[in-house]
Design a protein around this ligand. Structure first.
Ligand code: CTP
Ligand code: MN
Ligand code: MN
Ligand code: MN
Length: 372
């Protein structure tokens, strides 16, 4: 039995960190459908099903060719079963019925709306949905308690829904660097997240902050945040100090770095309306001289910088796969603080992303190919 050409050609490594995933790809319609179904599963609390769709979508993102048939994908990792039906429907009808059904699914639409608020996760959205919340204005009910994050998320909802362009991200960077450099002039500030992976827009702007001298970092974030606040540049901030305890414990993928989740008031370029500062005209957005932008600031000790850079560049799925690969294939625990051998009970240091990939026995994947 001779296999068809296509079966031979299409091979994809099983872990996303073993392959190159560019920003744009050949099978967007199928990928969008799979990601929507993955999101729907997550919003129903089915993490396992959600991950299956996410993995299938990610595999297709790394395919260099446009699929002609579902059969062509059937031997690719995670692309069998349910995923086959989705591919077939999209290729034959241009739409996937399961995805179409989501458009008229009230629970899905509502859960999507609520989880798109800053500070609202699936758990909270579910509780609110059960309590009858269907639209943003339903959250005005005094019986519904909002956290400070969520309150800010609702207040600035419209601005935060608009994608942040690279041009705006660059202006945010200028603003953030200006604030930080007032306190430590030679501080290293790097834009991470989606923009480092080459995305042209994002839902926020992420920064990683470090300095070889640990003393320079001590208390810095608070001072810089307080200064920005005093200048009317902050609409909201939630600063968290470093918790060393969590650092190398497994099953704590997120990190204990000092972080600030902020909403910045980015001044508009058109200065003719200047003078309408923060808090002046929230009900008439056209008259405002600023726009709300979500910003994440993370401070890392110098010896953890490479790990933090790798961990905060993403994509989320790429990170998840890196950790899964490290653990299952190398028996090593990776997070944004370091690499840890549970067997030898010691940390393995590294000073660059290239070095970390090498330590894991992986070929280096540049940021623009981590869009898994
Ligand atoms: N991250 C993290 N801990 C958090 C939040 C995020 O380690 N508490 C990491 C994520 O794993 C991701 C990176 O930070 O690798 C950026 O996250 P995020 O800003 O949510 O996503 P982006 O890839 O930047 O996409 P977007 O353009 O939507 O912001
Ligand atoms: Mn981001
Ligand atoms: Mn972020
Ligand atoms: Mn650490």
């Amino acid at each position: 039995c001779v296999s068809k050409d296509t079966d031979v050609l299409l091979t994809v490594a099983p872990y996303a960190c073993q392959r190159q995933t560019p920003l744009t790809h050949q099978n967007s319609e199928i990928i969008d459908a799979l990601e929507k179904l993955g999101k729907a599963a997550a919003l129903r609390g089915s993490e396992v099903r959600s991950l299956a769709f996410t993995r299938a979508a990610s595999v297709l993102k790394s395919l260099p060719i446009r699929l002609q048939s579902a059969d062509q994908a059937k031997n690719l990792p995670f692309c069998g079963g349910h995923c086959q039906t989705v591919i077939q429907e999209i290729l034959e009808d241009g739409v996937c019925h399961e995805v179409e059904a989501l458009q008229t699914n009230e629970q899905y639409q509502c859960m999507e709306l609520l989880t798109s608020i800053f500070g609202v996760g699936v758990h909270t959205a579910e509780r609110w949905y059960k309590d009858g919340v269907r639209k943003l204005s339903d959250l005005d009910d005094p019986n519904i308690k909002l956290t400070a994050d969520q309150r800010a998320g609702v207040t600035h909802y419209t601005d935060l829904q608009r994608p942040v362009t690279r041009e705006k991200a660059d202006r945010v960077q200028h603003l953030i660097k200006n604030a930080l450099h007032r306190f430590v002039p030679d501080l290293e500030v790097t834009m991470t997240g989606g923009f480092r992976r080459g995305k042209q827009q994002g839902h926020d702007v992420d920064f990683l902050i470090t300095h070889p001298d640990g003393e320079a970092l001590s208390g810095l974030l608070k001072k810089a945040v307080d200064w920005m606040d005093s200048q009317g540049l902050l609409l909201y901030h939630h600063t968290r100090v470093r918790s060393r305890v969590q650092a190398h414990r497994r099953n704590v993928p997120m990190d204990g770095h000092e972080t600030c989740y902020a909403i910045v008031a980015l001044p508009n370029l058109d200065t003719s309306k200047a003078g309408a500062g923060v808090g002046s005209d929230v009900t008439f957005p056209g008259a405002r001289a600023w726009r709300a932008v979500r910003v994440d600031l993370v401070v890392t000790p110098y010896d953890e910088y490479a790990f933090a850079l790798l961990g905060w560049t993403g994509s989320k799925h790429f990170e998840r796969e890196l950790r899964r690969f490290s653990w299952h294939e190398k028996n090593l625990s990776l997070n944004s603080h370091g690499l840890y051998s549970t067997e030898k009970q010691c940390s393995i240091p590294a000073t660059s992303e290239e070095e970390i990939f090498a330590l894991l026995g992986l070929q280096y994947v540049p940021p623009q190919y981590r869009n898994a």
